[in-house]
Design a protein around this ligand. Structure first.
Ligand SMILES: Cc1ncc(COP(=O)(O)O)c(C=O)c1O
Length: 455
């Protein structure tokens, strides 16, 4: 079998694997094949996208449909589909906005952008009341780091190995995955990395397993003490399912930041809004960051928009351009965002995320009792991970098995992303019904069983 770069496997499913080729041979018809060939002709190849796997025709609610009419419940959706693809309220709001003020040039503001900011400020915890918008999560993280540098007069950051904060040069410096960092040349200086609070992958045999994450929280404070000039700790409050730290972990780091004059920045780009059963993930940990970064689903799955929301006391950079993005006061993005929030409220999607998430987690735990290939399951709200391992004691990742399960599920109408190569990551549209979830869990379990039986 062709050897695949192990580095690629760490991020997720690989776009050049023999299993993908085999799946395509079985499922891709001539019309799709033609689009895929044209895609490869005009788009630069890059890991994890072109060459692409398949071509889509439509997306509605929790589902996507390919050109050949095959439908899949989308448990990935790049995390833009909280209110479902093609949400009618969002589409209507954007259409209305297109007819009045489709764009707002710099030096002007507009009613919809202010309304959206006011609504967001009313939902965020603490004094997270002042914000700037950006076209994407990477740019919003970039603004957060700039603001932290200006506020503290320092430039060093602490971030986590295995993390992802965007694909721009500054955000890959913060991120901790070789697939984005290797071979690129000098990154930002002052980016200190620490191990993530992953109690399942303890790479050293020190301390008690249950104390592992606290050890690293204390190590973060140790670095702050030794360096003396850390500007900020930046992290996802929970990494997209490999691990969910305890409240204590974040509370230790919050206090350490306060003691050492560093800011705490939470990157919740893929989480917002409501995915974890609260508007914002940090609310699950009873910790309020100094800067909260959100994106992806913020634009209702139709418009690229992200936000850096800062504690109002950090409004101190009036003479520096933090963002200066062409679309910073985007009328279409904010119309889509406001409609998204209203839809979530009107349809109690946060409550739904909590209850259906708890049910799904329970079903996944029961599945684990029936299948030795499952090493652990975890999640908050509709943010759930099912980890596949070769052996529950050694916890060796079952990456090849996970890839097989993924392609079997695709054949069965269920699409998801593999995180770290072996974690089935379930981040569905929050409009997904219990029946749809039961269908998907059935396909996943059948696929796991077949792989366990060597099929
Ligand atoms: C945690 C996290 N931060 C930042 C980003 C970057 O967002 P964008 O692709 O909108 O730049 C992502 C995207 O996957 C992400 O998962």
């Amino acid at each position: 079998m062709e050897k695949i770069d192990d580095i690629l496997k760490n991020e997720g499913d690989v776009n050049v694997s023999p299993l993908r080729k085999a799946w395509q041979n079985e499922h891709i018809g001539p019309e799709t094949a033609e689009i895929l060939t044209e895609d490869e002709k005009y788009f630069l190849k890059q890991s994890l996208s072109t060459p692409c796997m398949n071509a889509l025709k439509s997306a509605k609610g929790a589902w996507i449909e390919d050109i050949q009419g095959r439908r899949y419940i989308d448990f990935h959706g790049n995390n833009v589909h909280q209110v479902g693809f093609g949400n009618p309220d969002v589409i209507e709001a954007v259409k209305k906005q297109l007819e009045t003020l489709p764009f707002c040039p710099r030096r002007y503001t507009n009613r919809i952008v202010v309304e959206f900011a006011k609504k967001l400020a009313s939902l965020t915890p603490g004094n997270l009341n002042k914000m700037l918008f950006a076209p994407g999560g990477a740019e919003a993280n970039s603004m957060a780091i700039k603001l932290a540098r200006i506020v503290t007069g320092r430039y060093k950051t602490i971030s986590m190995w295995d993390s992802f904060h965007g694909a721009t040069l500054d955000t890959i410096s913060l991120s901790g995955e070789a697939v984005f960092r290797k071979g690129i040349g000098p990154l930002m200086c002052g980016d200190v990395h620490v191990p993530p609070p992953d109690i399942h992958r303890r790479f050293m045999d020190i301390g008690k397993p249950e104390e592992w994450e606290i050890l690293w929280a204390k190590y973060i404070e140790y670095i702050m003490e030794k360096e003396g000039d850390i500007a900020a700790v930046i992290s996802e409050p929970m990494r997209s399912t490999p691990y969910i730290p305890s409240k204590e972990y974040w509370q230790i780091i919050r206090k350490a930041c306060d003691r050492h004059g560093a800011l705490l920045i939470f990157d919740e780009v893929p989480h917002a809004l409501g995915r974890t059963g609260k508007w914002f993930t940090c609310q699950n940990f009873d910790v309020t960051p100094d800067i909260l970064v959100i994106g992806k689903g913020l634009g209702g799955g139709v418009f690229p928009i992200a936000a850096m929301i800062a504690d109002e006391k950090l409004d101190v950079a009036g003479n520096i351009a933090l963002g200066h993005f062409t679309h910073e006061k985007s009328t279409l993005g904010t119309a889509a965002g406001l409609a998204t929030i209203n839809y979530i409220e009107k349809n109690n999607l946060i409550e739904h995320s909590r209850t259906l998430g708890a049910y799904t987690l329970e079903q996944a735990q029961k599945m684990m009792e029936r299948h030795p290939l499952i090493g652990s399951v975890r999640g908050i709200g509709l943010f759930i991970g099912i980890e596949l391992v070769k052996d529950r004691t050694t916890r060796e990742p079952a990456a090849e098995e996970a890839e097989k399960v993924m392609y079997k599920c695709l054949s069965g109408g269920v699409s998801f992303k593999l995180t770290m190569g072996n974690i089935i990551t379930l981040t569905p549209a929050l409009v997904i019904t219990k029946e749809e979830m039961d269908f998907a869990l059935g396909v996943i379990e059948k696929s796991i069983e077949e792989v366990e039986n060597g099929k």
